[in-house]
Design a protein around this ligand. Structure first.
Ligand SMILES: Nc1ncnc2c1ncn2[C@@H]1O[C@H](COP(=O)(O)OP(=O)(O)OP(=O)(O)O)[C@@H](O)[C@H]1O
Length: 306
């Protein structure tokens, strides 16, 4: 039974249509990603789900509540970590936690939460003195203080270095393991691929696809590419170009790159082996979510046209 249902959501800001037609359902306990380029309407969509913006059309249900009329009920079950939410620099970590805990009748133990996000030693540090990663982790702790069933996390790892990003991913997996459903807004395909059970791809205010990361990638009809260095020089490319799987063979120095379809790595390596040639430094480039997005929209996730 889905915990969140969004059907034909619409939202405009004066003459800008931010969300034209977004629909998705989220099962309880999922990490559900909302992925798309900047300006696609991701934040606006989840803000409508969280009751922070009033939608212009469509239907939204969160655990049976409509975020419009049932805002107070929603507040009890939904925690939100918003993009670029800032606290006063002088506010101490413990003061922020106490303040947020005071909003709820049955808040989580905030010391325990700080422990989970690795900030228990920073209780007396001022917000302004925290690093980017620490601020993000604090914002997650604040989103969880009301013991939510659903946590909405928006652009959580933007601006973090790779290590802090990986630490945050581990934390999100921990939170899900504790039973919280997570809605993760992101424009990072690695993040979506690594963390999300399912994803909605959003482009120009519309849902263009919903599936698991693997399902979205498998749907890409594009070419595969493999590169290798033969252990002995290949006098001619004919051996490879004759294969039905192969569409092109190019060389750069002693590296050969083969493009094609079907089970290309198998076709190429067995053909080489039959001639006594070993493919060294073999690399298979897999299709990515970016390829899937490009195939669906003609644009890449960073917004560039193909
Ligand atoms: N408060 C606002 N007033 C007017 N236009 C807005 C407002 N917020 C967003 N928009 C516009 O609505 C469209 C969708 O924005 P939104 O922030 O929802 O997209 P997004 O996919 O979350 O992008 P980003 O990753 O850049 O936040 C954009 O064209 C944006 O400029």
């Amino acid at each position: 039974m889905p915990i969140i249902e969004v059907e034909n959501l619409k939202k405009r800001y004066r003459d800008i249509v931010a969300v034209e037609d977004v629909s998705f359902t989220i099962e309880e306990g999922e990490i559900f990603g909302v992925l798309g380029p900047n300006g696609a309407g991701k934040t606006t969509s989840v803000e409508c789900v969280a009751g922070l913006r009033v939608r212009d059309g469509g239907r939204v249900s969160v655990a049976g509540f409509d975020p419009g009329p049932d805002r107070d009920e929603l507040r009890k079950i939904l925690g939100v970590q918003l993009q670029s939410a800032a606290l006063p620099n002088k506010l101490k970590v413990r003061e922020a936690m106490e303040l947020y805990a005071s909003f709820y009748t049955n808040p989580a133990d905030w010391v325990d939460l700080l422990d989970r996000v690795g900030l228990v030693d920073k209780q007396n540090a001022a917000y302004g003195k925290l690093s980017g990663g620490q601020r993000q982790r604090l914002s997650i702790a604040l989103a969880l203080v009301g013991r939510p069933r659903v946590a909405v996390l928006d652009e959580l790892t933007t601006g973090l270095d790779p290590q802090a990003r990986r630490d945050t991913w581990a934390l999100i997996e921990d939170i899900r393991a504790s039973g919280v459903t997570i809605v993760l807004v992101t424009h990072f395909m690695e993040e979506a691929e690594r963390l999300c059970d399912r994803l909605a791809l959003i482009d120009r205010g519309r849902t263009v696809a919903i599936d698991t990361p693997a399902g979205l990638i498998a749907g890409v009809q594009g070419e595969q590419r493999i590169s290798f260095r033969p252990n002995v020089p290949l006098p001619t490319d004919d051996l490879l170009t004759a294969l039905p799987e192969v569409t092109s063979v190019t060389r750069a120095g002693d590296t050969i790159t083969v493009c094609g379809t079907g089970n290309l790595p198998y076709a190429v390596t067995t053909t080489l082996a039959s001639q006594g040639v070993i493919a060294t430094a073999l690399r298979v480039e897999q299709a990515t979510l970016d390829d899937a997005f490009l195939a669906l929209t003609g644009r890449t996730l960073d917004g560039a046209h193909s």
